[in-house]
Write a protein that binds this ligand. Structure first.
Ligand SMILES: *[C@@H]1O[C@H](CO)[C@@H](O)[C@H](O)[C@H]1NC(C)=O
Ligand SMILES: *[C@@H]1O[C@H](CO)[C@@H](O)[C@H](O)[C@H]1NC(C)=O
Length: 340
């Protein structure tokens, strides 16, 4: 009995290690003992931008194309939502000390949204503070986050024509409380994941089609980035499927990267450029990640069903859901709110 169990465990371990082309990198699946990967919402369209609000212990996220800002209460499992009329909602982040206010990138507008997230609201009232990418028809806001000084950093993506995003038409911006957008990186194609190191001295950034994770020196007071370098390259690591999308960082300084069209989240050490672990989700379009929960030990993962064929939707019935992964043994960093 003992030997059979041992053999079973060994086989599980071996298959976990060799299941991915990158050798010796453990892969965590729904069936890996010691971990849980479960959907904690119903399937949405294009769920994205998870943001853990530590004060309220709630997870905010967006459903981009349905223009929804959503809030999950992980204790009760209930989700409330509101609609933002300005355009596809790439990102929304709470405003510090204003429980009913959010800043959101909707269409090309940077807006202030008012919503009591205890309730569903058919249409939130919005106030436009800035509009970006004027002259680039079809561009829209995509991912964004707030830095340690309460400033918003986020970028746009180019227009999608016949299913192809037009390259080098978008930009990455910083917006402080004066609401003047400062161009930080331009041009970019699909501005996506971003994260700051715990020490607040490195900024990590993803422009999806490059299939690279880049790093910059970060100066937190002035909010300046410099000295761009590549810390992880999909090509060099033989990652053949998908592109990097949203990203977060843990207290050990390691990155967690959602892979759109790749079924996985990659755990990468940006100091060594090594792939540490792979988490396989039951959805192909993995869009973003954020740590949450009382000790910031749960990894929330957003996924998309938008654009999947009927066949793929049948194979991936949970695509579009927010998933919760436990058992990783690491802690995330607190997410910042926007300071008005
Ligand atoms: C909000 O709407 C969802 C359906 O989209 C429903 O399940 C939920 O109970 C509603 N919540 C409240 C507080 O009305
Ligand atoms: C990628 O594949 C090549 C060729 O098989 C191999 O030499 C190289 O070590 C691989 N790189 C990684 C990081 O696995």
């Amino acid at each position: 009995m003992f030997d059979i169990l041992n053999l079973f465990l060994n086989l599980t371990l071996i298959s976990a290690i060799f299941a991915h082309p990158s050798k010796n990198v453990p892969e965590i699946t729904e069936n890996t003992p010691g971990f849980t990967i479960k959907a904690v919402t119903k399937p949405f369209g294009l769920s994205e931008g998870p943001h853990w609000d530590h004060g309220s212990q709630k997870l905010f996220f967006v459903d981009i194309m349905n223009q929804l800002l959503c809030r999950l209460d992980p204790i009760s499992g209930s989700v409330t939502h509101t609609y933002i009329e300005n355009g596809p909602v790439g990102v929304a982040i709470p405003v510090e000390d204003e429980p009913n206010k959010f800043v959101a990138g909707s269409g090309t507008d940077f807006t202030l949204v008012t919503w009591d997230s205890e309730f569903n609201l058919t249409k939130a009232s919005t106030q436009v503070f800035a509009t970006v990418d004027k002259g680039h028809k079809g561009n829209r806001w995509n991912d964004g986050k707030v830095d340690s000084s309460g400033r918003f950093w986020g970028g746009t993506m180019g227009a999608e024509i016949n299913g192809k995003v037009q390259p080098n038409q978008a930009s990455f911006y910083r917006i402080g409380k004066d609401f003047v957008p400062h161009v930080e990186i331009s041009p970019v194609s699909i501005s996506n994941g971003l994260a700051w190191s715990k020490e607040d001295d490195i900024f990590y950034y993803i422009d999806s089609p490059t299939r690279e994770i880049t790093a910059y020196d970060y100066e937190p007071v002035s909010g300046t980035i410099s000295n761009k370098r590549i810390v992880f390259d999909f090509e060099k690591n033989n990652i053949t499927e998908g592109v990097p999308d949203g990203m977060t960082i843990d207290t050990d300084g390691n990155l967690w990267i959602a892979v759109f069209n790749g079924h996985v989240v990659l755990n990468v050490n940006p100091k060594t450029g090594k792939l540490i672990r792979i988490i396989r989700l039951p959805a192909k379009r993995v869009t973003s990640v954020a740590f949450g929960g009382p000790n910031l030990q749960k990894l929330y993962v957003t996924t998309s069903s938008y654009g999947l064929s009927e066949e793929e939707k049948k194979q991936q019935p949970k695509a579009g859901s927010v998933f919760e992964v436990t058992g990783l043994g690491v802690n995330g960093l607190l997410a910042n709110s926007f300071q008005l």
